[in-house]
Write a new protein. Structure first.
Length: 579
């Protein structure tokens, strides 16, 4: 059973799945080089089919995230969320607050938004590929989010509390779901009027950053805020804007009467003269406290202490850290890169479940391990890319490339690495990464000046080998974090060994804990580095120029080297430098 999963809007993504196993998954931005690209991921679809030598007529089903598809795929500005908001605002104007708050508006509003759109462009596109409309299904946005969590259920059919939380999708911003006796039940939904994710995005915009993109910058900035000042902001947000619904503790409640861009005017009333770091600290505390309180309420209501999370709000690694240390949670899993890019996979999994039901088969998708779901490349492609930059670079093939990289890192060199299959999602996990010594003085400044140009307050991340995790991280529940989705408090040894890969102010770290089976070559590099330095991890940040997507191909990697201050590049077994 071959299923093509598609997310056709913000951070557009395609996945090819066969019998519940991911074959390839790629976001469109990696190929067309437009960061956070919006629209049908045509090149990504072509690439996942090409990698797996699959023709369109071999596809059994196409599963698309979203009940409301964009009506014109060629119109970049006709965004599904904007149309959805138009449907919402039409009903908000005539509905009382009580009705809106309690979800009763959602069904007619979403139906209204559907009438403003149609799916003919999607059908037409796939028909041109040779895939009939009968094979295409559209799936609710939050259903797509929650189904990603079945990739880590280890065959579990009991006691799963699956929570989704994001800005909005198909009229909702969150759901509470329970799996017992092999049956899934959605026991609560939160409509987009009560969206904590939207509030955070508009604070991001109010701080003159890019909403639905730079929320991570607000999170990074928050740690620098003075507690007393951020507490004032938090108290205003909690009493005037958002809280847990007192009538229903499984929902959040918008107190302001504002939604989406209307928040900007409301912020002016309360925060006009508030310093930027205090505002960041206040809204970050709001997210951490509300998410924690909401999830505890869900745990107490259901009696299930094993929590699985998906949706863009859970990209907030500091909020996830609160959950990792929460006593009322026994087990925690946050789906890697759980923003909307992952809904392509959720859509495919839902379609696979439908197929299993029809055929009388057990729904048991392959367990998630590593997420190197992207394209690899041949030596011929490397040589071709090198040839395109003849006269600007010099290249040599290295016999033992992993030890060579470790040697460069131990000497304090910054090394960009483009090797093997590309990792999926927002986090670089070693194969499309910039690596550096995690304790060498001035290395952060050097990386920023050479390529990253990060805001001065933003931390870098680190990769730590699994066998050294306990030496550096405080993780009493052994929460697995192979994908940089959770921050942890760090130990004194980390402050000496990994300081460049941690938050410089609060000394937390968002590590990639690396198992050898997930990436043997990258593991060997770090092990060889440890032999030379005594340090069991390296600084790891994404391989891209600021504002560009992470590199995809050897040509992308060499182009980035040439256009930046980088000095050392590894592509496969080739060491490349500028002339």
């Amino acid at each position: 059973m071959k299923i093509l999963g598609v997310h056709p809007t913000h951070t557009a993504t395609a996945v090819l799945m066969e019998d519940g196993r991911v074959l390839s998954m790629i976001s469109e931005e990696r190929i067309n080089r437009v960061k956070e690209w919006y629209g049908m991921p045509k090149r990504a679809i072509a690439k996942v089919l090409e990698i797996n030598e699959t023709s369109p007529n071999e596809i059994d089903m196409v599963a698309i995230n979203g009940l409301s598809a964009p009506s014109n795929l060629s119109d970049y500005f006709n965004k599904s969320f904007n149309i959805q908001m138009a449907g919402f605002n039409a009903f908000k104007a005539i509905m009382p607050h009580r009705v809106i708050k309690n979800n009763w508006w959602v069904s007619p509003a979403v139906n209204f938004s559907n009438k403003l759109r149609n799916k003919k462009d999607i059908y037409s596109y796939f028909e041109k590929l040779g895939i009939s409309k009968e094979k295409i299904i559209f799936i609710d946005h939050h259903t797509c989010h929650l189904y990603t969590c079945f990739m880590n259920n280890e065959g579990r059919t009991n006691d799963m509390l699956i929570l989704t939380l994001d800005a909005a999708g198909d009229g909702y911003c969150g759901t509470v779901n329970v799996v017992k006796n092999s049956k899934l039940a959605t026991i609560e939904r939160i409509n987009l009027y009560n969206s904590l994710g939207l509030l955070y995005s508009r604070i991001t915009q109010y701080l003159n950053m890019k909403p639905t993109s730079h929320e991570y910058k607000v999170m990074g900035l928050a740690a620098y805020s003075k507690d007393k000042e951020s507490e004032k902001v938090y108290n205003i947000l909690r009493t005037k804007f958002m809280r847990i619904d007192k009538e229903n503790p499984l929902r959040m409640e918008n107190l302001s009467g504002a939604v989406n861009w209307e928040y900007l005017k409301e912020f002016e009333k309360y925060f006009k003269n508030t310093r930027f770091d205090h505002l960041a600290g206040g809204v970050q505390k709001l997210v951490e406290e509300l998410v924690r309180e909401w999830i505890i309420n869900c745990v107490r209501k259901t009696g299930i202490r094993k929590v699985f999370c998906a949706g863009g709000v859970f990209m907030n690694v500091k909020a996830n850290m609160k959950l990792a240390y929460e006593k009322e949670i026994d087990e925690l899993f946050v789906f890697p890169s759980c923003g909307d890019e992952s809904t392509a996979l959720g859509a495919a999994l839902y379609a696979y479940k439908m197929s299993c039901n029809k055929r009388g088969l057990e729904f048991k998708p392959a367990r998630l391990e590593d997420i190197y779901f992207g394209n690899d490349f041949s030596e011929e492609e490397i040589i071709t890319a090198i040839g395109k930059y003849r006269g600007k670079i010099k290249a040599k093939k290295v016999k033992d490339v992993n030890k060579f990289v470790a040697s460069l890192l131990a000497k304090g060199k910054i090394v960009a690495r483009c090797s093997g299959k590309m990792e999926f999602g927002a986090r670089a996990l070693g194969n499309r990464s910039i690596l550096a010594h995690p304790s060498k003085p001035m290395i952060i400044r050097e990386i920023n000046e050479a390529i990253k140009q990060r805001d001065f307050w933003m931390p870098f991340a680190c990769t730590v080998l699994d066998k050294y995790e306990e030496e550096y991280m405080t993780n009493p529940k052994k929460v697995p974090d192979y994908y940089m989705m959770i921050s942890f408090q760090t130990k004194e040894k980390a402050h000496n060994h990994l300081i460049n890969g941690m938050h410089q102010y609060d000394l937390t770290a968002r590590p990639q804990i690396l198992k050898k089976k997930h990436n043997p070559d990258y593991y060997e590099i770090i092990e060889e580095f440890r032999k030379k330095t005594g340090i069991g991890g390296v600084l790891n940040t994404s391989f891209n120029i600021h504002g560009e997507p992470i590199v995809c191909t050897p040509e992308d990697a060499i182009s980035t080297l040439v256009r930046s201050g980088l000095k050392n590049l590894i592509v496969g077994d080739y060491y490349i430098t500028k002339i």
